[in-house]
Design a protein. Structure first.
Length: 173
């Protein structure tokens, strides 16, 4: 995922946008804009241009975006949370030492340590952090098109392996 792309992984929304694009082929661009305005997220409605996500191997922003995108999908699966997938993602992306620290943090705080929340964000953005090996993750929580709570995290990666060695809250409002 690129650093300026909002990631939303909701099958219903993807289908609605796809239906809008199909409608545009038959009826023209004005029908596409109308269809997107009704069913697409606010970030997509701002532009009638098709969205794309770019990433590349070895990029810490891409790695963290892939992790959070897959993790949110696992936690918010249509059939219910996929705990096995979430556990496998943690094993793949987190260093073993940090996984132990995170599990202890979760027991103490009673919440998901990767998301730093008890629920799943409706929107997230991943950007380059202030220092090398740091990536900023912003989660938006709440219902509808207007998220009500935003949490900003700093994800720190180990230079040699690229594994996550820390996730901390930057600020919340």
């Amino acid at each position: 995922m690129s650093s300026n792309t909002h990631a939303r992984r909701r099958p219903g929304r993807r289908a609605a946008v796809a239906a809008g694009l199909l409608l545009a082929v038959g009826l023209g661009a004005s029908a596409q804009v109308t269809a997107q305005a009704v069913s697409a997220p606010a970030a997509v409605r701002a532009s009638a241009v098709a969205r794309s996500v770019t990433g590349y191997n070895g990029d810490v922003v891409t790695q963290v975006a892939d992790f959070y995108g897959a993790y949110v999908d696992a936690e918010d699966a249509a059939a219910g949370p996929d705990s096995a997938l979430a556990k496998a993602l943690r094993a793949h992306y987190l260093t073993p030492a940090y996984a132990k620290r995170l599990a202890a943090w979760e027991r103490t705080n009673g919440t998901d340590g990767v998301l730093r929340a008890q629920n799943v964000p409706v929107d997230w953005t991943v950007t380059q952090g202030a220092r090398a090996g740091e990536v900023a993750v912003t989660h938006a929580f709440g219902g509808g098109e207007t998220p009500t709570v935003t949490t900003r995290l700093v994800v720190v990666l180990e230079p040699a392996s690229g594994g996550v060695t820390d996730i901390r809250t930057l600020s919340a409002r």
